[in-house]
Design a protein around this ligand. Sequence first.
Ligand code: TRP
Ligand code: ZN
Length: 874
Amino acid sequence: MSVLSPVAKKRSDYRAPDFLIDHVDMAFHLDVTQTRVISTSRFTRNGQHQSPLVLDGENLQLISVTINGEPVTDYHQSDEHLTLNINQNDFELCIETRINPQENKTLEGLYFSGGAYCTQCEAEGFRKITYFLDRPDVLAKYDVTIFADKTRYPHMLSNGNQIDKGELDDGRHWVKWQDPFKKPSYLFALVAGNFDLLTDRFVTQSGRSVALELYVDKGALDKGHHALASLKKAMAWDEQVFGLEYDLDIYMIVAVDFFNMGAMENKGLNVFNSKFVLADAESATDDDFFNIEAVIGHEYFHNWTGNRVTCRDWFQLSLKEGLTVFRDQQFSADMSSPVFNRIKNVQIIREHQFAEDASAMAHPIRPEEVIEMNNFYTVTVYDKGAEVIRMMHTLLGAAGFRQGMDLYFSRFDGQAVTCDDFVQAMQDATQVDLSQFRRWYSQSGTPKVKVTDSFDAKTGVYHIDFTQNTPPTADQKVKQNLHIPFKFELLDEKGNSISDDSVPELSAKMIELTSRVHRITVTGLQAKPTPSLLHDFSAPIKVDYAYSHQQLSNIILYSGDDFARWDASQRLYSRCIHNLAISPDTPDDELLDSMLQAVQGIFDIADVNPALAGAMLSLPSFETLSQQVDEIQVEALYHAQRSVRNLIATTLSDQWSTLYHKQAVVPYRYVADDVDSRRLRNLSLSYLVQAGAPQSSDILLAQFAQADNMTDCLGVLKAAQFGELKQFDQLMEQFETRWRHDPLVLDKWFALHANMERSDILVRLPLLLSHDKFSLDNPNRVRSVLGSFAFYNVLGFHAVDGSGYKFLADYILKLNSVNPQVAARIITPLTQWQKFDEKRRELMRYQLARIADCQDLSKDLIEKVSKSLNYTSH
Ligand code: TRP
Ligand code: ZN
């Protein structure tokens, strides 16, 4: 590792900026290797001080500096800053810099890829474009003029409205954009290229007409309709649910192939990973359609939660991301099945967020210390952040939450604020005391609530105790009690919810846990009730209660909360799997029988609630199971999961066959009923194939031949892969021939290969990486091959000889100099070594140490690797 370890910034070190900028005028003379950027900014000194002006800037070639039109030479330049001694309190600073977009493989700042120019400025990328106060609490108005060749770059876009344009004699043209809203630099965007354009209109609730423009690669126009329809749904939803209307006359979305994340909410000009825009029945799955709607919604909702009201500093990232994820989750739930959506949200928390808490990277949703901000776009900040917002929604009620939001906007519109400001608005609007609740922002880790109960048959008195405890995390040893909204109910033997007016928690179906232990006593009961716990996953915690198999079955059948029914099914599966993992030779037949019986019952749910049944018939993932144990026994857990699935497949193969054939095959449409039906159909197929049921491979081949959509096509490939069918390779070949021209579809093919639990995986991976359509420069390709392998190929990545770890580390070292952001993301599985056996821990740490030894390691990797190596667990 480089001798000079970069220093962490601390949340507590926040200081208001020494200078403010209220207006910027930028001119871009685009050139593939030598783009000239001229920026003229109006500065004012902020307060009474003599401090110099320190501007952020990286990888910039400085050409000239003038102040109020006078050339300046008295400045100091370092790797990260330009420092100027200035006496004036108000002045105009003009800086010319030169940058090389083509060489910029980090996809941050201004880059050139796929024949187009594109920017990505969040979090700290604007400083790669020009010297600036690149921090979110400096809000300015922007005028931007772009110059480039007219034939190659007919479309030149930036934030706000186009106010002027013209042509030059040399074949170039220019366009001038003006954004009437003040914004932080991270929301700046510029795009120039040759696109196909899809247009539409949206009339807002107050009757204003907004032009909608979707820019896609030439030839991809037909794949843009779903995204545009989703945008209109999101705009209408935000008006209905939050009373929030769009504020500009134009809303542009550009889809690009080279992108580090999902999408970016730049004011008036969203830039999207093409994966979250382009879709048609043939090439996109139901999940793709779903994700597009969700991400389009997410970026749109940022216009209020993020852009109109933004973050004071990057430690406050969850202010906009947690809130916006919560909003996109509510939107998705309203667009389709609420319970299925809730289950998906919870799976992300349990698979990835709990794993982050258990690792050296543990941090609160509002981090205290950051070396590289890009490392904090995490499941904790985003998804746990959304859970924290959801808990406030639960505590305040929908109406109270809305009042809080209204106050938040009226108080802070146009400002850069903190998470505390948000909570204060919620509290002030409703008079609900959120002082203890605020600890969710500063405390990291996964709280556990242990539930114990006792029943006295003679007196009919029932006690139930809830004890909270948050185990220490890598970043924080001492934990405090949290304010936890815990939804639940008590079921009697007939499955009815017990009510008792003298127990307010029972009528409310919720306890607000605030102290370590909370006790409820219910009297006059005939028998011991079944507690149905943590309805709707009302808090991002683990619940520990010694359910009997019978109680779980009761919940599955009778709970009034569909989420709890699903959760009970998962507990039952988990119990069977862990049990078998520990004693594979002496299965608990009684347990397995009650599980199989429960599954029988779930088949009946399929007719009434196919979305719920689809989720209940799926086993917990390896990642979820991993978070339920202290030490992961890789092979034992993996094989136990397979065995339990196999048991369900073979014992119930008739039921699977019936369920498969019950699903009507209709021409593809992305509508909820059809999606649910396709899910059940493909789930049944995969069980049938795993059971080796008679005719299962005929059914599979027929589905492959007849499928008019990617969901059913991929369903076949997944079933064939998981069932280790001999036809798999041949089907994959056919698939490749058909789809090799479409990189987004080929990514699915790459991922299927990389996920294969086969002993020759390390021979196959290099073949994928040398495939003519693979490129380390493209994050989507990297994620499909290396990401899928490291995150999901259990036996391959965790091979006992350490070969999987070495393979990943080799590529992380290569990626380090290409795209550090992506490298730092796919290293995550290696940083989660704590939960594995001694031997694997050693092997994983060995690879981390190898990476640490590299010269020129990026800040992104230094932060993750050093934290991970310094962490001593247990
Ligand atoms: N703010 C974006 C979102 O959540 C995500 C984002 C942050 C991003 N940094 C990025 C996207 C870098 C692309 C590249 O919607
Ligand atoms: Zn976001």
